[in-house]
Ligand binder design. Structure first.
Ligand code: ADP
Ligand code: MG
Length: 267
């Protein structure tokens, strides 16, 4: 458990006047599920995009599975999977076809491709739906397909950006179960972002609470309660204590509704 799989030091990113990420440092251990919890606008997606090589950083260092993220990003890319916040599947193709595109993208050989796609369909519970067009899938099924796409090449680390936003409670539980299985059965290291307190508490070994581009606190849920001096605090209390109240953050519900519409567009 002590091997460090993701090491982030003094990470920084600015968009004009907006300091989206300012001096973020944390470590994720092998086999751990680590949660970046924070309100909309906190800098979670920006952090994830830098970790997944999609966005250049302005400062700081990143190391993933022992590989420093420098000029040559391909070695890091081979070791990671990423499920973005926004839709990453094509509704006009079947589930199988969506997986096939990613399998080719990852350079899996023909024989290996078919085997791996079959395994993934089984793993994410979409075997029966594999030949249906994705536009007939529910939001939960789409999320599972996106997770399947991201792990075709058997990455060491899986990054998930708001994996259950816009899903109903039943679908959310289904996605949680799959994330837990990936962690426990495949021994995958997982880093996810969420603004749902109960999601972070249910899935994550340790949580970093992010607010306005900084990490306000890191620890297990019990450690966070202890840090705030109230062992009986609810996760809502912990969150409000470290991140401030939701309502005062930009984005807020508007953002949630927008994400929901995206999820429903296909459902
Ligand atoms: N491409 C961009 N251009 C300008 N500002 C951005 C861009 N991406 C994010 N931001 C800003 O950076 C801040 C953090 O955004 P983000 O990382 O998406 O937060 P979160 O994922 O926690 O909701 C916000 O103020 C957001 O408006
Ligand atoms: Mg985000």
């Amino acid at each position: 458990m002590d091997e460090v799989t993701v090491r982030v030091r003094d990470l920084a990113k600015r968009f004009g006047e907006v300091h989206a990420v300012q001096g973020v440092s944390f470590e994720v251990h092998a086999g751990e599920c680590f949660g970046l919890l924070g309100p909309n606008g906190a800098g979670k997606s920006t952090t994830l995009k830098m970790l997944t090589t999609l966005l250049p950083r302005d400062g700081g260092t990143i190391e993933i599975a022992g590989v420093p993220l420098t000029g040559d990003v391909t070695r890091v890319r081979a070791r990671i999977g990423y499920v973005p916040q926004m839709l990453s599947v094509d509704g006009s193709l079947t589930g199988y076809e969506n997986l096939l595109i990613f399998a080719k993208l990852y350079g899996l050989r023909r024989g290996e491709r078919e085997r791996r796609i079959a395994d993934i369909l089984e793993l994410v519970g979409l075997g029966e739906a594999a030949d249906r067009l994705v536009k007939t899938y529910s939001g939960g099924m789409i999320r599972k397909l996106e997770i399947g796409q991201a792990i075709l090449h058997q990455p060491r680390v899986l990054f998930l950006d708001e994996p259950t936003v816009g899903l109903d409670p039943v679908a959310r539980k289904g996605v949680w179960e799959h994330i837990e299985r990936l962690q426990q059965e495949q021994n995958m290291t997982i880093l996810l972002t969420t603004h749902y307190m109960e999601e972070a508490e249910s899935l994550c070994t340790r949580i970093a609470i992010m607010s306005r581009g900084r990490i306000a606190a890191v620890g297990t849920p019990a450690e966070l309660r202890a840090q705030m001096g109230n062992p009986d605090a609810s996760m809502d209390d912990v969150f409000a204590h470290f991140a401030g109240s939701f309502e005062h953050e930009e984005g807020g519900m508007k953002h949630v509704f927008r994400s929901r519409r995206t999820a429903r567009r296909m459902g």
